[in-house]
Design a protein around this ligand. Structure first.
Ligand SMILES: [Zn+2]
Ligand SMILES: [Zn+2]
Length: 198
């Protein structure tokens, strides 16, 4: 029995709290909370203080370039800004087309994975492969409520508001437009791989 659908893909050895401070890639989640609103702060390993949190947490899509630059200072986010998409993720996007992705799919994914305040399993509900939106979620700290809290300043124990969903959706749209310039507006016919041996 073949249990792996993407046997060529190396497992991704990275976690949210990894750092590579010598390469200027950090992690801003604090080891211990210093108060109700201080889940973030200087790098937990080297102590460098790089992010204007009030500016990121203003959640102003017109300031998206600052937010993107700040996110990329974190090891895990940087990885998902630059890592090549796996084949399943690429095919998924092409089968959907940009219009359906942007009109519908991104928002559904946000609501189902991180929309609710009472149903979150930090760091585990967003896979690392198989969908370009997963890459975007890790790159943009929209992968779980813990990351959403310390990056975007949204408390974890309640449902996201429509406004918050709209903001996260806009971040993901921006990311996808920058990274997937080749995507057509309309769906493409991509043959599915033979999976009869599973
Ligand atoms: Zn560091
Ligand atoms: Zn996360």
């Amino acid at each position: 029995m073949n249990t792996s659908r993407t046997p060529k893909l190396e497992p991704l050895k990275i976690s949210c709290t990894d750092t590579d401070c010598d390469a200027d890639l950090h992690c801003f989640l604090q080891k211990k909370r210093r108060g109700p609103h201080s889940a973030n702060g200087p790098c937990r390993d080297c102590g460098v203080d790089l992010v204007e949190w009030a500016r990121v947490q203003a959640r102003d899509i017109d300031d998206v370039q600052y937010t993107f630059d700040a996110l990329r200072r974190e090891r895990i986010r940087h990885e998902f800004w630059h890592r090549d998409f796996d084949e399943s993720a690429v095919n998924y996007a092409r089968r959907k087309g940009r219009r359906a992705l942007e009109d519908d799919t991104i928002e559904k994914r946000i609501r189902s994975s991180v929309g609710r305040g009472d149903n979150h399993h930090e760091g585990r509900q967003t896979p690392y492969t198989g969908n370009v939106i997963y890459y975007a979620q890790h790159a943009l700290a929209c992968c779980c409520r813990r990351c959403i809290e310390y990056w975007h300043g949204i408390e974890p124990n309640r449902d996201l508001t429509d406004e918050e969903v709209a903001y996260l959706k806009a971040l993901i749209q921006n990311y996808l437009r920058r990274r997937i310039t080749w995507l057509r507006d309309e769906p493409e016919k991509i043959p599915r791989r033979n999976r009869t041996h599973e």
